[in-house]
Design a protein around this ligand. Structure first.
Ligand SMILES: NC(=O)c1ccc[n+]([C@@H]2O[C@H](COP(=O)([O-])OP(=O)(O)OC[C@H]3O[C@@H](n4cnc5c(N)ncnc54)[C@H](O)[C@@H]3O)[C@@H](O)[C@H]2O)c1
Ligand SMILES: O=C(O)C[C@H](O)C(=O)O
Length: 347
């Protein structure tokens, strides 16, 4: 068992995940808000963003409960100043003040799945929550990068895009659906299967974030390891069903929270590093894209820069199995995008 000294050492070296680049770039400080900050994802995500040296102000917003979360997180001895805002304590000003001039807004607000539900079953409640929060972002921090975690991501990102358009502040370079957890899972499952060092593994995941729309590209995984067709099929299905695996294991107590907070903090950090001028920041993310004809939003590898999306990469060469996966997701992805756009347009 690790001694507490070893444990602390390992936590601080994970914290260096967030700080390796800072010797080369002049470090600026950024204002970051987490909306839904008292929730299962919001609390650990707030904690991880408090550990990020690029964050100077961390605003934690939820309907209720955020003053307690903020007081707790604020005692951690890193430089970010933490403040909690809630509708219950601050009324309408809570959200406004949480968002004022933010550089990055991370949104895990909304209800999670229970066993037997699809992500689309969350649309009824979460669509309105995301629309309302994005309207407030448009009014209070129109230049912020927005990281949308709330499900169904395939629809909530189009809702956010349309909402920002209606407010006259849409910048497609700054709106991201967070699909990092799919990448995290694909890397973990591939490394476990092939006995590889997990930290050195990369697996791109394209498409969207629900069932068959999640398409891991094991043909492009690095380091390369031989995989049989059956292994590829099993790894692909496990990645697509990763969220459902957690929902089933939690047996009615929600969906992935800790691994999502980790993934959300990694993606948030990538946005901040790019904003801070670090070169070569590339992440898979669901953005407005013309890589695949017929769908307006799609996840592939994206190079990030100071202003957000710098370059959207293509899918790369696909195997016949992957091409079939891409063809097979199109109608679901199209429908989910249209559903989001229609909702935001009030159609
Ligand atoms: N993108 C992904 O990969 C991914 C992964 C896991 C979960 N999720 C999604 O993230 C969302 C949150 O999951 P969770 O487990 O944290 O749920 P949770 O219920 O534990 O927390 C959600 C929080 O959002 C808050 N909230 C609701 N409406 C709000 C509003 N209008 N303003 C501010 N806060 C509001 C709630 O009060 C609650 O504290 C769900 O929709 C879930 O499906 C996405
Ligand atoms: O599966 C869910 O409902 C939550 C999330 O989208 C996940 O992939 O874990």
């Amino acid at each position: 068992m690790a001694s507490s000294r070893q444990l602390l050492k390992s936590i601080s070296s994970s914290a260096r995940l967030f700080s390796n680049h800072r010797t080369q770039n002049q470090t600026r400080g950024y204002k970051v808000a987490v909306l839904g900050a008292a929730g299962g994802i919001g609390q650990p995500c707030g904690l991880l963003m408090k550990m990020n040296p690029l964050v100077t102000e961390l605003r934690l917003y939820d309907i209720a409960g955020t003053p307690g979360v903020a007081a707790d997180v604020s005692h951690i001895n890193t430089k970010a100043q933490v403040k909690g805002y809630s509708q219950a304590d601050d009324g309408e000003d809570g959200l406004k003040n949480a968002l004022k001039d933010c550089d990055l807004v991370i949104i895990p607000a909304g209800v999670p799945r229970k066993p037997g539900m699809t992500r689309d079953d969350l649309f009824k409640i979460n669509a309105g929550i995301v629309k309302g929060l994005v309207e407030a972002c448009a009014e209070n921090c129109p230049k912020a990068m927005l990281n949308i975690i709330s499900n169904p991501v395939n629809s909530t990102v189009p809702i956010a895009a349309e909402t920002l358009k209606q407010k006259g502040v849409y910048d497609k370079k700054k709106l991201f659906g967070v699909t990092t957890l799919d990448v995290v899972r694909a890397k973990t499952f591939y490394a476990e299967k092939k006995g590889l060092e997990t930290a050195k593994v990369d697996v791109p995941v394209i498409g969207g974030h629900a069932g068959v729309t999640i398409l891991p590209l094991f043909s492009q995984a690095t380091p390369k390891a031989a995989l049989t067709d059956d292994e590829i099929d099993a790894l692909t299905k496990r990645t697509q069903d990763g969220g459902t695996e957690v929902v089933a294991a939690k047996a009615g107590k929600g969906s992935a929270t800790l691994s999502m907070a980790y993934a959300g903090a990694l993606f948030g950090d990538a946005c901040l590093r790019a904003k801070n001028g670090e070169a070569g920041v590339v992440e898979c993310t669901y953005v407005e894209s013309d890589v695949v004809p017929g769908v307006e939003f799609f996840a592939t590898k994206v190079s990030l820069g100071r202003e957000g999306v710098e370059k959207i990469h293509g899918t790369g060469a696909l195997t016949a199995y992957e091409q079939a996966g891409l063809d097979g997701m199109m109608s679901e992805l199209k429908d989910s995008i249209q559903k989001g756009l229609d909702f935001a347009k009030g159609a």
